[in-house]
Design a protein around this ligand. Structure first.
Ligand code: SF4
Ligand code: SF4
Length: 277
């Protein structure tokens, strides 16, 4: 039996909103009983994009994280709702029955991800259906995934060891958006924004960008080494928050420099001028 899931690679997302718009196009004004009734024109975000700005000028990055219903293997919404109003299919898709859930606004509070929305006109709770009505007709992927121009969204069968999505998950590259909820989410992520430490190295004697300089980050049981690029820039990505590290900058013929940093925020060390010995 298939078990459907989505992997979202945050590093590939450019924030174009095509996924969000494809969802709107599919559901606004369109009823698909018994899967779902139409989504209102405003106020619902079945495929929400969370934008996060990171760093400080001039080292600023933006990350976009697409957040639909996670179609959890262990869904809080199913456990906490009654009368079969929210149910999980054998393929893992979690659906809200628009008839049985009628009038049950309390269902919005069952999901810690807050991805269930209230349709005031129809008096029903609604959310992403993973386009179950299309998959049942033979579609290979939901509308959001089909619309993504960068390959940031990947849909597939988690139970098929030969599927691309199963292979990526087996490699241990993905993680849950909020693992502390313990819901065994079937929407998983690559490259969720964490903390970075960056800087730009300059040769003091020539005022030139210091290319090929060795920079080492040590701390919290890890050690990483990178080399500066042709602008003298370096970066350590994907670091845990609120951890302490030492950053060491070394180049032959120059005095090395050390910095103690704490990743309570993303850190840009600015221009680091290294002096000849
Ligand atoms: S993300 Fe929320 S609504 Fe979706 S299956 Fe999990 S608990 Fe239910
Ligand atoms: S369609 Fe793809 S690239 Fe565009 S916002 Fe959605 S996930 Fe990101």
């Amino acid at each position: 039996m298939s078990k459907y899931g989505i992997v979202m690679d945050v590093t590939k997302c450019n924030g174009c909103y095509n996924c969000f718009l494809a969802c709107r196009d599919e559901y606004c004004g369109n009823d698909y009983p018994p899967y779902s009734l139409s989504q209102p024109m405003t106020g619902h975000f079945w495929m929400r994009l969370v934008e996060k700005e990171r760093g400080q000028y001039p080292k600023v990055k933006a990350a976009y994280t697409a957040v639909p219903c996670m179609h959890c293997e262990n869904p809080a919404c199913v456990k906490l709702s009654t009368g079969g109003a929210v149910y999980q299919r054998t393929d893992g898709i979690v659906l809200i029955d628009p008839v049985k859930a009628s009038g049950q606004k309390n269902i919005l509070n069952t999901c810690p991800y807050r991805v269930i929305f209230w349709n005031e006109a129809k008096q029903i709770p609604q959310k992403c259906t993973m386009c179950a009505h299309l998959l049942d007709k033979g579609w290979q992927e939901p509308r959001c995934v089909e619309a993504c121009p960068t390959g940031a969204l990947l849909f597939g069968d988690l139970d098929d060891p030969n599927s691309e999505i199963a292979k990526i998950i087996a490699e241990g590259k993905t993680e849950s958006l909020q693992p502390e909820y313990g819901l065994k989410e079937k929407v998983r992520y690559i490259g969720l924004p964490k903390r970075f430490v960056a800087g730009s190295v300059v040769f003091k004697d020539t005022d030139a960008c210091a290319e090929g300089v060795k920079v080492t980050l040590v701390g919290e049981g890890e050690k990483q080494t990178v080399q500066t690029n042709n602008y003298g820039d370096f970066e350590f990505e994907g670091l845990a928050a609120d951890k302490s590290y030492t950053v060491k900058v070394e180049a032959p013929g120059y005095k090395s420099q050390k910095f103690e940093v704490k990743t309570s925020i993303d850190i840009y060390l600015g221009d680091i001028f290294i002096k000849a010995k």
